[in-house]
Design a protein around this ligand. Sequence first.
Ligand code: ARG
Ligand code: ZN
Length: 845
Amino acid sequence: QTIRLADYTPYPFRIDHVELIFSLAPTATRVLSTLKVTPLQPGTDMRLDGEDLLLIRAAIDGAPVSVTPDATGLTVPAALLPDGPFTWECEVQIAPAENTALEGLYMSKGMYCTQCEAEGFRKITYYPDRPDVMAPFDVRILAAEDGSTPVLLSNGNPTGHGRWTDPWPKPAYLFALVAGDLVSVDDSFTTRSGRDIALRIWVRPGDEGKCAYAMDALKRSMRWDETEYGREYDLDIFQIVAVDDFNMGAMENKGLNIFNSKYVLASPETATDRDYELIEGIIAHEYFHNWTGNRITCRDWFQLCLKEGLTVFRDQQFSGDMRSHAVKRIDDVLMLRARQFREDAGPLAHPVRPEEYIEINNFYTATVYEKGAEVIGMLRTLIGPEAYRKGCDLYFDRHDGQACTIEDWIAVFEDATGRDLSQFKLWYSQAGTPRLDVAEAFSDGTYTLTLRQETPDTPGQTDKAPQVIPVTVGLLGRDGRERAPSTTLELTERTQSFRFDDLPERPVPSLLRGFSAPVILRHEVSRDDQLLLLAHDTDPFNKWEAGRSLAKSTLIAMVTEDTAPSEAFLDALTTVAGDGSLDPAFRALALALPSEDDLAQTLHASGVTPDPDAIHAARQSLTRAFAAHAEPTLSALYDTMAVPGPYTPDAKAAGRRALRGTALRLLSERDNGDRARAQFLSADNMTEQLAAFSALLIIGQGSAAVGTFYEQWHEDRLVMDKWFALQVSLAPPEKAVRACKALAAHADFDWKNPNRFRSTLGALTMNAAGFHNPSGEGYELLADWLIRLDPVNPQTAARMTTAFDSWRRYDTNRQRLIKMELERIAATPGLSRDVTEMVGRILAA
Ligand code: ARG
Ligand code: ZN
């Protein structure tokens, strides 16, 4: 059944107060809910959502009522309802221990926990489970009789053992409950207005030593939101719980964030620099939701980007401030292109604000999150930082306590700036990545840049209108000096020209600086100009981008024309590697080659059918050619980038380790893994141990390390996830499926744990040439597992079907094989709504 934005109607009742009493038991938890309700349109039936609930009793104003639940909820006929305010009471029974979907109330390692976004609350009790119904909650939790739940947590402020009051009206998706044998790491934060907030991170006994970094990131996030957005925390306590079984990254439940443990727990020995960075970013993200998501929420799920795009944008700004804006921007664009551009180019393309869905969980996508964040970045670029802040202030003032729409969001910026943003709003409704074609002319000192935009058709959308595209541009002279500093052009027409006067010679343009818009730039640039930009561009993003384009065109020529990489390119890359004036983290990014999937995407876009094996081979041969070419530089880097002293997770040290790890990987092609073997054994931190382990696996010298690593870490789940993932994702293409099968048969493979499932099956989909093995065995293996996982955890299964979304890129043989597997999945009896929708969309377009 399709849900449509156009069909929105407000809920005809107001919920003035919610009281919940939980009596915990693994297979017979009782939930008693008491709602204070005011009818807004007397005479209307009251519909409450509910799924998989056993109704024990229901009453209105204390008098029992007889209602009959159906598969999705229950309807209380208007005839049974008073015209004025009344009390609805109902008791249900649920079985958290049997809830493997990890949505609603479930159990993870003996601990009770919840995940209610988007529509999980209806698996806890009958309720209008929609974000525009907001109410204050009082919760009382009665401990399980088996004594397994000494700690009882919910949203808001504590009012006694197992009692919690949340005064801020909230939608049901922000409800949370956690109960179990947990220990906390405690700290406090004083807000700028002088209020003391208790901070607690709850973990399983034994993990207390791995919370310090998350706590530090939380305090920095709280301070940052005060200084950058004027937002202060609003309860007496803020808590985070780490859970091992979790479908997503984390969840912003009011005052009680619940996290996948991989985004909380860190120690130098067990977590990599990348893990630390993700923890910092996700802690910030969930904390920032307190204002952008919780105090101001979404009217309906079509508005998901209202909270997610904005909160991603905020966490990106935060990480940039904490670390390096240049490096953060490059990382974000890499991820945007890998995931969102891919999504936009295939059958799953949808607007940042979709207009229809079958299962909302399928729309927690890169488009809603990452493109949603890009749209806010463009808005800020167009109106400037001061006007952006003014608009945000107005948003918080005007809409605090409300459930809002994108129209509300746009209106505050129109009101703050007097600008008409109706064309800008197309970014929310038109799917697809705009193409930007560039033509140049130069005469009599005038340089003319002509830009033409075109957005391709996407499923259900054709003939797109021109959008507002901010194109930040600078001009360089032939000597590499900057002739015209960055300026932002506003492209609003389909085709538009921009003039730059008084130039002594034809300049080299640096276009789309900072990646000022999420578009695909189509600009013929000579290799010499690219080399000039790589050497001299003052915009760090475009400096990196120039190297990236060179690497891409080199690889594409290697694939399609079997050429060898040019000396000029290898020299330029070597120069960047050894350039001590550049941030090591930046240099590590500059040396990373485009991924195999990125190359496949690019080839397909230019009308060439990608051959995954040829792409893999070309990438490997460029890696080897560069390693040979730059060996002395890399060897020197390996020595000089060593970070002395004990491990610290700061960006500076992490950047040095990243560059050193890149050097190690390349050098392992020269020294048969000697340096990597030594580093693997001597490393005192996971970043360096894993860099060495990866290098050994890639050159096919990893078998001893596989055993050693297992012995060392088999008791640490999060480290073991890495062990599973690397063996599959880094296996040579012809061995990847076998490696994946072997690990799926390993005693430590726990397919019901989403992290472990992703580390094994998800890792196969990350090994492009392995997954796309022409025999089709990779496709078959993934389909087998998705069919098996679906009845247990449809959300995680549905997410992984996206591995098939690029199927039309490939040759007819691979297309036929993938289609067969998609059809086999689709024909599975009892298939979930989640997977049915995904497979249907992937097959349809
Ligand atoms: N709101 C969460 C976040 O952005 C994501 C939760 C998504 N969960 C889901 N089942 N779709 O951090
Ligand atoms: Zn979020």
